[in-house]
Design a protein. Structure first.
Length: 243
């Protein structure tokens, strides 16, 4: 017998009762998040990559920055690694802004989406920005595509949950304007990440509860397949630089 708050319970009764207890979930599936481990991990990776840039600037940037021509030549890892690099020293504003944005909105989004789904939105947004750079730009570096994807995710979730989304819309609008006003910023990476974040989060958030996991998994697979098709069938055609 197991001691309970009132009397005792047999082990078999406890096991049977646990089968009927519904496990807590995040708002859109997955386990509930108390500590946003993924957000802190992503921040740590970005910071460590920047430390590497500080000591070996040319080597790190030349080998791992997103470059359309190098990706076309087979260096596919740049689609991913370029999203964890930032403007090298003595410029610090790039990584400071992106890490501040990730710190400000990452934990809340991770708690709403769950860690696994949050990771998917972040990485698919980062890759979406890189694919847009491949198609319409030349080279770039920075987590901005992923950050803009999180901005888009905030907007979708606010609408889905019935919150006032005007503040998020203003945030997105201001940043989009700055993308085109400030020179040497990759509009391709920013807008590509924004679109990817909106599409991915919308499919996650509006999936029917009874088939939510299947639709969310299909979303991730479908987005990755779309990226591969675009990269394999199309050639780079951009002319601009950016961060």
């Amino acid at each position: 017998m197991n001691a309970a708050s009132v009397g005792h319970q047999c082990p078999e009764c406890v096991r049977e009762g646990n089968k009927t207890v519904r496990r807590a979930e995040a708002a859109f599936g997955g386990r509930p998040v108390t500590t946003p481990v993924v957000t802190w991990t992503l921040m740590a990776i970005n910071v460590l990559a920047y430390v590497a840039e500080m000591f070996r600037t040319e080597e790190v940037v030349n080998r791992f920055a997103m470059s359309a021509d190098h990706v076309a030549a087979g260096e596919w890892w740049r689609l991913f690694t370029g999203a964890f690099l930032h403007s090298p020293p003595p410029s610090f504003w790039h990584i400071l802004f992106n890490m501040w944005a990730l710190y400000a909105i990452g934990p809340q989004l991770e708690r709403m989406l769950g860690s696994l789904r949050f990771s998917a939105v972040y990485l698919l947004s980062a890759l979406g920005g890189s694919v847009a750079i491949y198609l319409f730009g030349t080279w770039a570096l920075g987590a901005s595509g992923a950050i803009y994807g999180l901005f888009g995710a905030m907007f979708v979730i606010a609408r889905r949950m019935g919150y006032d989304a005007r503040g998020v819309l203003w945030l997105i609008g201001i940043n989009v304007v700055l993308t085109f006003v400030i020179p040497n910023i990759s509009w391709q990476g920013h807008l590509g990440g924004l679109v990817a974040g909106v599409v991915t989060t919308a499919l996650f958030a509006y999936a029917p509860a009874r088939s939510r996991k299947a639709i969310q998994l299909a979303t991730v697979v479908g987005m990755l397949a779309l990226y591969v098709v675009l990269l394999v069938t199309l050639s780079p055609m951009g002319t601009s630089l950016g961060i």
